[in-house]
Write a protein that binds this ligand. Structure first.
Ligand code: ATP
Ligand code: MG
Length: 559
């Protein structure tokens, strides 16, 4: 049980909020969800599911400059893909009128004023955590003037940046967030994706978030640790109108939302900020939000991560009150563990060279039965064509091998090697081109050694993969690796764009077995000895494309 669950259980025992549990997940629709958001999603939706409550989706759409319906749609899609169900869908913009009315109420009560200073002037007066700030020269203007100016701001009569509405609290408060925080700013440059040109003033986070929670009846407003310092202000704003009559919440005057915070997710070798991700996308440094190297939900999905793997990872890291950074290796380890039991094994030859079995009849073909996953017979079998000419990996053959090389070699003694699921062969020689590259390998096979027959029990020191030449399909294989070359790009002095891993994508062509002809986007496979792969969304039967989800080697477990 995590510490938030403990709080919730205690609240339930004490019958707080009449035993009601309501959470929300509040993304700003200004980018795609990343795996950091998934940590919040698993918490918000998880609490509601576990304790018979409801989790609503609330789009925190208070900044039209950066927001778009494209993001709204992707966020809904990703949450559903992760397997979570929201109750209602709300938008902060649904409350623009209510919030505006509240702001007017604040002004009338002498608790808010219109400041005409620039952002720089306001910042210069903020003071420091140890020194008090200075009052704005506009702080004590008459209520009537404040009302008139705020209405002029909303009417579109004041240019952007010329005025803001500030709460009149305390410029000497040790908590800097209380030093007359900005409640409203003017934005006329961009229409809002839902309200169009209706509004020229937009509420700031601190004035919108807690109020939205209150209007909806959120009981546990869970967010990340950077909001700890905002919590007193969250409570202060609600204090100002909690006794309003009629009550602004459907849940009566005894109800209050409360904020709780946990540590945000950071992962090595990546960035976890929508702003930086947007830069990568806009500058073409990745192929899009769903580039398989991106830590976005859609990127991870395209990379071959399953919802189960992502959720298992979030379970493993847990929730605390201390910031830290998680090793990317743990995420990779988790996806391997999840795919190990599920992904059918198939043969894909990345650097193919032709092997000719000289004593196998030229006009003959047979079908080999291969288990989809060794040792899990329930997962079925597939038929693999076998004939005289096969593709094998170039590195599985050496013309002159020393005694430590157990795979194919013609010299010194032509050792025996098993073709996976098929026969034992022995290399007899090879043909090379003018540059000395091997173009064909010759071998003989033992007809009595077929796997699954009595002779199939004969052991060899090595087993190699193969794909029958005639039936083999060509496939584009995208070998993805970590996006950044440094462990912590966000802590580096250099611009994060200079820290990208130049080898994060290598594209190669492979010969793959016929069974993959019918593979559909999002099908998962283990390419024997290579790693886990997924069929890319762009893949077609005419042009197969596979993305590497993870290599087979598990570096993390070794550590
Ligand atoms: P970013 O910093 O990437 O722009 P954000 O905090 O601005 O993210 P929001 O859309 O406001 O993004 O986030 C929605 C919710 O997801 C918030 O409750 C926020 O606390 C949570 N969240 C965002 N990033 C993380 C993270 N790395 N780990 C855990 N929760 C996160
Ligand atoms: Mg945010």
């Amino acid at each position: 049980m995590n510490f938030i669950e403990e709080i919730v259980e205690k609240d339930l025992q004490e019958k707080k909020n009449d035993g009601r549990i309501q959470t929300r997940f509040p993304p700003e629709p200004n980018g795609y969800l990343h795996i950091g958001h998934v940590k919040a999603i698993c918490m918000d939706f998880g609490i509601a599911e576990r304790y018979g409550g409801v989790c609503n989706l609330r789009f925190d759409d208070t900044n039209p400059v950066k927001e778009d319906t494209e993001y709204v749609d992707s966020i809904k899609h990703d949450i559903a893909w992760l397997g979570f169900h929201w109750g209602q869908i709300y938008y902060a913009s649904d409350y623009f009128q209510q919030l505006y009315d509240l702001a007017i109420q604040f002004i009338k009560a002498g608790k808010a004023y219109v400041d005409e200073q620039s952002a720089e002037e306001i910042a210069a007066q903020k003071g420091t955590p140890t020194e008090p700030g200075q009052n704005s020269p506009y702080r004590d203007r008459p209520i009537e003037e404040n009302l008139r100016l705020f209405e002029a701001m909303q009417a579109g009569e004041i240019p952007d940046g010329k005025m803001v509405l500030r709460a009149k609290i305390d410029m000497a408060n040790p908590n800097m967030h209380f030093r007359d925080p900005i409640m409203y700013r003017i934005i006329t440059t961009h229409p809002h994706h839902r309200t169009g040109r209706q509004w020229n003033v937009y509420p700031m986070y601190d004035f919108a978030h807690g109020q939205s929670d209150y209007f909806e009846g959120v009981t546990h407003s869970i967010c990340t640790l950077e909001f700890v310092v905002h919590r007193p202000l969250y409570d202060w704003f609600i204090d100002q109108f909690v006794d309003n009559k009629p009550c602004l919440s459907p849940w009566g005057n005894n109800y209050r939302p409360r904020q709780f915070e946990f540590n945000r997710l950071n992962i090595t070798y990546t960035v976890m900020s929508k702003r930086k991700m947007l830069q990568l996308v806009k500058e073409g440094l990745v192929a899009g939000w769903d580039d398989p190297r991106m830590p976005t939900v859609c990127g991870l999905r395209r990379r071959g991560y399953t919802a189960e793997a992502i959720r298992t990872f979030i379970d493993k890291i847990g929730y605390t009150k201390v910031e830290g950074t998680i090793d990317l290796g743990l995420l990779e380890h988790t996806v391997r563990e999840c795919l190990k039991e599920k992904a059918p094994r198939v043969s894909a030859i990345f650097d193919p060279v032709r092997l000719v079995i000289t004593n196998y009849p030229a006009d003959s073909k047979e079908v080999i039965t291969a288990e989809n996953i060794d040792g899990i017979p329930e997962l079925g079998t597939r038929n693999v064509p076998f004939a005289r000419e096969l593709w094998i990996e170039r590195e599985d053959f050496r013309e002159d091998a020393d005694k430590n090389f157990y795979r194919l070699s013609a010299a010194p003694d032509g050792r025996e090697v098993r073709l996976k699921n098929a026969y034992i062969i022995k290399a007899t020689g090879c043909k090379k081109d003018a540059e000395g590259n091997v173009t064909t390998i010759y071998a003989t096979y033992d007809p009595e050694s077929k796997s699954g027959t009595e002779g199939g029990n004969r052991k060899t020191k090595a087993t190699i993969n193969w794909v029958e030449c005639d039936s083999a399909l060509d496939a584009e294989v995208r070998l993805y690796d970590r996006l950044f070359a440094v462990e912590n790009p966000s802590a580096d002095e250099r611009d994060f764009r200079e820290l990208l891993n130049p080898d994060s994508l290598r594209i190669t062509n492979a010969k793959v077995e016929q069974a993959l002809a019918s593979a559909q986007p999002q099908d998962h496979f283990q390419f024997l000895k290579q790693g886990y792969f997924v069929v890319d969304d762009d893949s077609t039967p005419e042009h197969l494309v596979f993305n590497r989800t993870a290599s087979l080697k598990d570096n993390w477990q070794k550590k």
